[in-house]
Design a protein around this ligand. Structure first.
Ligand code: URA
Length: 430
């Protein structure tokens, strides 16, 4: 890495004035920020310049490489099975990782899934799994390796050594209005996934009100950028663009989503959760070179449930223990009979968050039993006076603000109204 001849003002000026950052400018600024020679306010100015001016493909690839080089790089080459991972850009009711990781493991492919916690209205996989009594998110690299060999799936927190530049940068972007930059999102996600060392990667890029990317064009550009970064780094990478205008399944909230995931593993569960789990599993198997197994058959066989039980138990969890239940419930009933024609993901996500399922600041605790259950999905018939939503919380003073979030977030049309379902999987980018 060259670090001669740079200072941070020169780097900021280059991007502020619409120029291209050189490889050595990028190497220098990422290393200097990681070890504290570049201050937060200077990096914030550079992030804003990048958000406004963009970066070209070479700059994005080099920025990503520099973030990977800031920390350790894991390798699963010594494992006896191929590896595949999935990353979702985040949505409401998105519990897919929970049934997906054991399903893919049951098909013979190891899944090293480094996950995060929820911030804002989108939930975090680690918060969901912590609803299971005894389960722990932090394990050592050695434990991770051993579990991948024995069980085939690990869902755990990323260690401090993985892409430390991104940890600092992401926290800074969060408080300086610079999250929504395609080059910065793509490099943040892909630096962690490439450093993690997975052989194949499937990206679930969410589109719609409950997602970062509100429209298909932006989602396509983000997906294309991430797929190119993965392919350039030698990782077999594919992206599915999937709908997040409507929340996934019938639940949002930590323990509620674990229960729904277990239903899927038991062969039931909402059709959209099953469809997306199987579609992503197929892509992960293809990426890992497994072509002779249909994950739908493996799900039906019960082997994915066996892998789930083993995966949870290996991290101290009791898969048969009762899940936490919120102390208070409030039911919202349908005002008229008809057809549910719209259910807005952002409204449901905000309601779940306000009930205590999510956190406002990184250090806040979450309520494990809190969240929202919706009793119908768009296209389903509803009957006047019957439950439409059940809100769950330990702290009933939260109901009013959650109900305000749901207001205007759904429509019931008169009986007989025709409803055209929209597809869940909108595009595939490879
Ligand atoms: N998730 C990440 O890890 N990074 C981003 O920038 C956005 C979402």
């Amino acid at each position: 890495m060259s670090n001669a001849g740079h200072d941070v003002i020169e780097v900021i000026h280059t991007k502020r004035d619409g120029g291209e950052l050189s490889d050595s400018q990028i190497d220098w600024v990422i290393a200097a920020y990681t070890d504290g020679r570049v201050a937060d306010e200077q990096m914030a100015a550079l992030n804003m310049a990048i958000l406004l001016r963009g970066m070209n493909r070479r700059e994005i690839a080099h920025w990503t490489a520099a973030m990977i080089a800031s920390g350790e790089r894991m390798s699963f080459d010594a494992l006896s099975r191929p590896t595949a991972d999935k990353h979702s850009t985040g949505g409401v009711g998105d519990k897919i990782t929970l049934p997906l990781a054991p399903l893919v493991a049951a098909c013979g492919v190891a899944v090293p899934q480094l996950s995060g916690r929820g911030l804002g209205h989108t939930g975090g996989t680690l918060d969901k799994l912590e609803a299971i009594p005894g389960w722990r998110a932090s394990i050592s690299n050695e434990e991770m390796f051993a579990q991948l060999e024995s069980v085939g799936a690990v869902i755990c927190a990323a260690g401090a050594g993985l892409a430390p530049a991104d940890k600092k940068l992401y926290a800074l972007r969060d408080v300086t209005g610079t999250v929504e930059s395609i080059p910065l999102i793509a490099s943040s996600i892909m630096s962690k996934k490439i450093a993690e060392g997975t052989g194949a990667l499937v990206l679930d890029v969410k589109v719609g009100s409950g997602a970062f990317m509100k429209n298909l064009d932006d989602a396509r550009e983000l997906a294309r950028t991430m797929v190119d970064l993965g392919l350039d780094a030698g990782v077999h990478t594919v992206a599915l663009l999937t709908d997040m205008a409507t929340p996934l399944g019938l639940t949002a909230g930590n323990a509620l989503e674990v229960a729904e995931s277990v239903e899927v593993l038991a062969g039931g569960g909402p059709a959209d959760v099953v469809e997306l789990t199987v579609a992503l599993a197929r892509e992960m198997l293809l990426g890992a070179g497994v072509r002779d197994l249909d994950p739908a058959d493996v799900l039906a066989s019960g082997r994915a449930m066996d892998a789930w039980n083993a995966m949870i138990a290996a991290q101290g969890g009791d898969p048969s223990a009762a899940l936490p239940v919120a102390r208070e419930q409030h039911v919202v009933t349908a005002p008229s009979s008809g057809v549910l024609t719209r259910l807005d993901a952002l409204s449901v996500g905000l309601a779940a968050w306000r009930l205590g399922a999510g956190r406002e600041r990184k250090e806040d605790p979450v309520q494990l039993g809190a969240g929202v259950v919706w009793h119908a999905r768009p296209g389903d018939p509803v009957r006047a006076g019957e439950p439409l939503f059940t809100l769950h919380t330990d702290t009933p003073e939260r109901f009013d603000r959650a109900l305000a979030a749901l207001e205007g977030g759904w429509d019931v049309a008169p009986e007989g109204t025709s409803y055209e379902p929209s597809p869940l999987i909108l595009d595939r980018i490879s």
